[in-house]
Each structure stands twice: as C-alpha cells, then as structure tokens.
Ligand binder design. Structure first.
Ligand SMILES: Nc1ncnc2c1ncn2[C@@H]1O[C@H](COP(=O)(O)OP(=O)(O)OP(=O)(O)O)[C@@H](O)[C@H]1O
Length: 777
C-alpha cells in the first residue's frame, strides 16, 4: 500500500488525515481509494495550520504503517475501548537514578561510560540539570535513564528494546508509576495530558516480568477472583463470568482453564500459558493502556509470536500497548509497530520498527546480509559492532549522540524515513564534531511552546470531560464482597497445604517420638517426673510456635509480592485482604497442631481433665498465632530472606532462653527481656494448667540420706502416696524452680492478657508495615 497526497485538518482534539491510498492486488488494476483517519493527537484550539501539518506529517507514516498491517493484524480482542476512554501516553525527559552501593558491579561500567562519552548527559534547554546531578552524585547515585522521551497512542504497540541492563524495565515502571521508592526520577508522564491519578491508574494494566500468580489456583479461578474484585460492583455476576470466559477464549487458554498455575513444588500450566494468564488478569478490566515487562522472554518463538499477536489485537481495540522485549526473533521484530531502543539508559533509536534498519544504514551501520535486524541493532546498542570507521564503544557513542540530537529536533515523534535529510545533516555534524547549538535553541523554543500547549490541553481536557478515568467508586467490589472473595480465595489457595501429607506426617512422627520419650511421665506426681514434665511442656510449646513462625517467615514474602502487585492495580483494600487472609489461616493453623497436641497429651499423660486439656490446647494455639504474627512482622519489614531468618533466629533463641525453662537465675540487668518474650507467658500458662492445685511429692532414696550432697536428689517411685520415701511439696514454685507460682490465679489472668496483647500488637504492626511496604511499591 502506498499513500498519495495528504491533507490534514483539526477535528476536535484530533488530527484528521486524508489519504489517497493505492492498493494493487495480484493481476488486478491498481485501486485508488480515499481514506480518512482520525488520529488521537491532542491539539489545542490555537494550533496554527503549520503546526497541525507538521504534527500530521510525522503521524502519517506511522498510520500508513498501521494500514499496511491491517491485512495481517488479528481482529480486535475483547470489545473496543470507548473513544472517551482512550489514552495517549506521553513521557518526556525521563531520567532516573538508583543508589550506587560502593563497589557494586554496576558502578564501574557507568563511570567508564561517563569518561568515554565525555560525561555528557541530557540537555534539553534548561529543563533538567542531569549533567550536574550526575557529577554531583557519583558516589551515592547512579544514573540509569538519561532524558528519554516518547509517546504511545491508542492502537499502537510500542516496544522498548535494548541489551540487558539498558533501563527498559526501569523506564516501563516509571511510566506505569510502579518504580521502586528508592529510584529517583525526573521528567513528566502524561495520560491525555494529565498526571496519573489513583482512579486513572485502575484503567492501566501492568504485567510484570515475573508472573506473580497464586500457584494453587486454576487458570479459571485466578481470572474469576480477579474479575469479581476488579470489575465495577454494579456489573452482574453473570457478566463477570462472561468476561472471564471471553478473556480465556481470546487468549487461547481454554484447554488449561482447570489446570493449576503451578510452580516449583507442583507442575501446572506451561510458561506461555502462564504469561497469557498474566495478560488476561489485566485484560479483564479492559484497560486503556497495557504495559508489559518482557512478555515473551523464556517463550519459544511461536508462543512469543502468539503473545505479540494478542498484544496487537488488544491495540487494535484502541489500547495503547507498551512492552519491553529482550531478544525478538526476526519474525517477531517485523511485527512491532514502534520501537524505542535504549543503550545504557540513553535512547539510540525511536521510531517505526520497520524503519530502524534504514536508519542505522543511513548512519553507516547497515544490517549485514543474513543477520536478524533485531540482533544487529541490539549489538549496536551493546557496543558490539565495529566498522572500519568506528570501534564498538565509539560507534555506540556516535549513534547515541545522533539519536539525542534528532530527538531534540523531533520532540515526541520518531525518526521517519522522510527525515533522511535531517539524519544525514546530523550525521555529518556529529562526525565533524560540530556543536549542536542551533538545535539547542530550537529545543528551548520548542519546549516552551509544548509546555504552553500542554497547560492549555489539560484545561481543555478537564473542561470537556475528556478524562480516561473510570467512573464510579474507587474500588471495583464493595468491602463485603472483597472480604468474601479474598477469604474464599485464601482458602482455595491453601487447599493443597491443608491436605499436605508431608505436614501431617511430620506432626504425627514428631508427636509420636515426643510421646515415646516422655511416655506416661507427666502422669506421675513426683518431683522428679514433674521436672521432666516441664521439659515436655516446653518442647510442646517450642515445636508448635517456632514451626509456625518459620513457616510464616518463609511463605509470606512470596505472597507479599502478589499483594503488592494487586494493590498497585487497585484491586482491593489492604484491610480487607489482611482480615480475610488472617481468618482463612485459622483452620490450617489450628488443624495440624491439634493432631500433635492430642498425641503428645495422651502419650505423655499430661493432666487428664477437660479443663487442663483445653487450657493447654488453647494456650498452644494462641502461642502459635502470636509466633505467626512475629514471623509475618519480620517477613514484612525485612526484605532479604537471609537477613529475616537471621533476625528471627536471634529473637527466637532469646525468647527461648528467657522463657523460664532453660535459665532459672537470669541476671537482674537482663531479666527484663522475659517480659517481651511471649514464650515466658505461654510457658507459665501451660505449667499452670498442669499443676494448679495438684499435689506433687518429693521422693528421696533413704539410702542416700546419709550423704548430704546426694540427699536432695529426687527419685521416682511408682506410687508416692503414703510412701515413706515421699512427702508432699509445700512450695511447688520453689521446688520446680519456676518463675511464677502455678497456683496464683491472678498471674494466669495476666499471662493470658499479655499473650492476647502481643497477638494484637504483632498483627497491628504487620498491617502497618504491610501498608507502608505496599504503598512504596
Ligand atoms: N532498584 C534498583 N536498585 C539498584 N539498581 C537498579 C534498580 N533498578 C534498576 N537498577 C539498575 O538499573 C539498570 C537498568 O535496569 P533495568 O532492570 O531497567 O534494565 P533492563 O534493560 O530491563 O534489563 P533486563 O533486560 O536484564 O531486565 C541496571 O544496571 C540495574 O542494575
């Protein structure tokens, strides 16, 4: 298809382009037709005709490229995005810095780059002080993005390409407002000329590089729960289910709809299917903008192609699609619409993907025969290609400089083939080492003008109600529905855990072993047996609580990533998730330890009375919940698993040592620690349940009475009642070396309250920490 004369005129906030297109079929005469296309290119009322023409000029070729692809583009996937909700996304002069840890591997290459390329950083007419910033912060911050600009319109797929570490993910996360808090950024991101609001954020789909999905949910369940939580509350249930089915059909994952997602422990869907589920998760909300981080990495070329076709289908429905792509095959590369090539955080090419090889060819780096164009430009971006005229790194710097000069002149539009003259001019300027002064002047004027227009545009958009934010309440589902769905989902997620043969076996075997070691020991009422029984009670407490603590510590960080992702897309209130999850944990937290407690209690012959049993049982369960709270707290606050384990081990050992069993005479200056140890309160409660009001006998072997050193050695007798070797102990606390009197009812109430207090405190702190962590992104 080729285009004839073109006219452009303003229609509302869009540019209308009139084309005379010439199509020739096989053996047919050429067919000339007139087409009119309206392109979203916000223009203020006051735009002079010359500005509209220049804007239209650069739009024309990308539109024609779109027309070229009409024949092969997949049909729109899902319903079209309503015109009022379509979004033009513009990012301008984006720069970013990350903390540079001394000696980090990334620091050295960056410094080398600064020396090699003369320390030159973005300069766009006084807008940013990147150059000075970079030199002022060499030891604290490392710049990873340098003045990157561009845009993505509805109907376009913009691919971000570049070698590993070139800043693709960072740019995508900044544009999608998901950058990590410690990343410093500059520049502006505008959605239809507006800053991103929380409400508008709900119409953006963001697919992360790692598919963060619950492993134990099936494909259908994953999408169903997401649909109920994310779709507007007034959407009927049947419609939500229909949307889920439509997404499943559109993604071609019908055959695995009832297969679990799976992970390391359990095999589930394939990598490609998993990626499609992640995309489907975002498609459910019919987003106006879809951003994806490496949706094709790890997939074979056919599956990668399928994923790209899906993205193009989504774009055809009026969505702006931005995706990072790592190493596209030549087939995949040819299907890309628009390309931004990054090299060490700097733009090296921005324009139509199809024009990239021509662009580099004009600059003296043609694609060698039989080499994939994508590989060639990635090699250029890595500085891996040398020509007789230029060495690898020198070539890279040359290309970056050309690109930066061109970008200053062409602002948001890409480099188009018709700009070849400009390209040649820039090339000879850079080769001759001529300064870019005239361009800088142009830039200053251009930026001023664009800023004025942008202000105007925002006012116009708001007045005319041209805002892409979805209407209605901020949260898709009501609070009650969020609680119900999140609770059900958490139960379903845990279905394999609750049936885990491994866990049950572990509890049974340890219970049986414990029962054997302390077999019927607690039933005897001698002081010797009681001292052993204290060991049994302490072990019972330790096993259940610390196992729960470490399980929480190990599993929570993974779940937190999913929560973070879901919260970033505004899926639910954090409190709803937290309550629902805590409630869903209870059956599992209670069921398996119950088996252990029953075995230990019966085999060890702990006090056979209902009151004592339930006191023991509920104390251990309460302790498990407190310990779980502590595990969650450490797991939430400390991001590095190894550090979290180390901290947890130190805390656990301190609590164990001050719990009242191992060390009886703790030095006064460190004794206070026991008051922050939930083990101390828990152990006292268990001892109280076992010994309150019970008569215990001190039995000494008469043969040893003559030896003063051995006269206090306690021996065991079968029946201490009425045995002349034994006499009842008057002060059990002192005889057993206990920290608290087991017969003091007030102390037990205080212990119970203290445990409940710790439970409440830990849970509240977890919530606060979680809110802080998920708010930071
Ligand atoms: N949060 C961070 N803390 C420290 N350094 C970071 C952070 N995020 C990114 N970087 C650094 O910024 C540079 C760009 O990283 P980014 O992940 O954006 O690259 P990429 O092009 O997406 O790489 P890949 O293709 O390997 O995913 C890298 O050198 C990386 O080490």
């Amino acid at each position: 298809m080729s285009a004839g004369p073109m006219a452009a005129q303003r229609v509302g906030t869009e540019v209308a382009l009139d084309f005379l297109t010439t199509e020739s079929g096989q053996g047919e005469a050429e067919r000339v037709s007139r087409r009119r296309l309206q392109v979203c290119a916000p223009l203020p009322e006051s735009s002079p005709p010359s500005f509209i023409r220049s804007r239209a000029g650069s739009l024309a070729s990308s539109v024609l490229d779109g027309l070229d692809k009409v024949g092969v583009a997949p049909a729109p996937i899902l319903e079209e995005v309503p015109k009022a909700s379509r979004v033009c996304l513009e990012y301008q002069h984006v720069s970013a810095w990350v903390p540079a840890t001394a000696g980090s591997p990334g620091l050295l290459p960056d410094l080398r780059w600064l020396f090699k390329c003369g320390g030159k950083t973005a300069d766009h007419g006084g807008g940013s002080d990147s150059a000075s910033d970079a030199s002022e912060r060499p030891s604290k911050h490392r710049q990873i993005l340098f003045d990157v600009s561009g845009c993505c319109r509805p109907g376009e797929v913009l691919a971000l390409m570049g070698p590993s570490g070139s800043g693709k993910t960072s740019l995508l996360s900044i544009v999608g407002a998901r950058a990590q808090s410690h990343m410093r950024q500059e520049g502006t991101i505008a959605f239809n000329g507006q800053a991103l609001t929380k409400r508008l954020r709900r119409s953006i789909g963001f697919v992360l590089q790692d598919d963060l999905l619950y492993e134990n949910l099936t494909v259908y369940e994953t999408l169903y729960y997401a649909a109920v939580l994310r779709l507007p509350r007034d959407t009927p249930e049947a419609e939500k289910i229909a949307r889920v089915n439509a997404v499943i059909a559109a993604l071609g994952i019908d055959s695995c709809r009832d297969t679990i997602i799976g992970g390391h422990k359990r095999k589930g869907v394939s990598g490609g299917e998993r990626k499609r589920v992640s995309i489907g998760h975002e498609m459910l909300i019919n987003p106006s903008v879809l951003m994806l981080d490496e949706p094709t990495s790890g997939l074979d070329s056919t599956t990668a192609m399928h994923v790209l076709e899906i993205l193009r289908g989504l774009a055809t429905g009026g969505r702006a699609v931005i995706t990072t792509i790592h190493q596209p095959s030549s087939r995949l590369f040819q299907q890309l619409d628009k390309l931004l090539l990054l090299s060490q955080g700097r733009p090296m090419y921005y324009g139509r993907a199809a024009s990239a090889d021509e662009y580099f060819s004009v600059l003296g780096f043609p694609v060698p025969y039989r080499i994939n164009a994508a590989d060639h430009i990635l090699d250029l971006a890595s500085g891996d290609i040398s020509t007789p005229a230029r060495e690898g790194e020198d070539a890279r710097c040359f290309l970056v400089e050309c690109s930066e000069r061109l970008q200053r002149r062409h602002a948001l539009e890409g480099y188009e083939p018709h700009a070849q003259a400009a390209l040649l001019a820039v090339r000879s300027d850079v080769e001759a080492g001529r300064a870019d002064v005239p361009a800088a002047h142009i830039v200053a004027a251009e930026i001023k003008r664009l800023e004025l227009e942008a202000d105007h545009l925002v006012a116009e958009d708001v007045e005319s109600g041209h805002v892409a934010a979805p209407a209605g309440p901020r949260w898709g589902a009501s609070y009650a529905t969020q609680l119900r769905i999140l609770f059900t989902r958490a139960l379903v997620v845990r279905r394999f855990q609750s049936l885990s043969v491994q866990d049950i076996t572990q509890f049974i075997i340890i219970g049986l072993l414990t029962g054997c070691f302390w077999f019927q020991r607690a039933g005897k009422s001698t002081l010797a047996a009681s001292q052993d029984t204290l060991g049994l009670l302490f072990f019972e407490l330790m096993f259940v609580t610390f196992r729960t603590l470490f399980v929480a510590l190990f599993t929570w960080p993974e779940e937190m990533l999913i929560i973070k992702k879901e919260r970033a897309s505004g899926m639910y209130r954090l409190s709803a998730m937290y309550f629902a999850r805590s409630a869903a944990d209870l059956p599992l937290d209670f069921a398996i330890p119950t088996i252990f407690i029953l075995i230990v209690y019966m085999m060890g012959h702990l006090r056979y009375s209902a009151a004592a049993f339930f006191a023991n049982y509920f104390t251990v369960l309460l302790l498990a919940l407190v310990a779980q709270g502590l595990g969650l707290l450490i797991g939430t606050i400390v991001a590095v698993p190894k550090t979290a384990q180390t901290i947890a081990s130190i805390v656990v050992l301190t609590f164990v040592l001050t719990g009242g069993y191992f060390v009886r005479g703790i030095p006064v200056w460190i004794e206070w620690i026991k008051y922050i140890s939930f083990v101390y309160y828990g152990f006292s409660l268990l001892v109280h349940a076992e010994y309150q009001g019970r008569v215990i006998h001190s039995c000494v072997d008469p043969a040893l009475l003559s030896d003063p050193a051995a006269s206090s050695v306690q021996v065991d007798v079968h029946d201490p009642d009425g045995n002349p070797m034994c006499h009842p102990v008057a002060k059990l606390q002192a005889s057993l070396g206990l920290q608290q009197d087991p017969n003091d009812p007030n102390m037990q109430i205080l212990n119970g309250c203290a445990l409940l207090g710790w439970l409440l405190l830990y849970r509240t702190l977890v919530y606060v920490a979680l809110r802080w962590k998920t708010a930071k992104n």
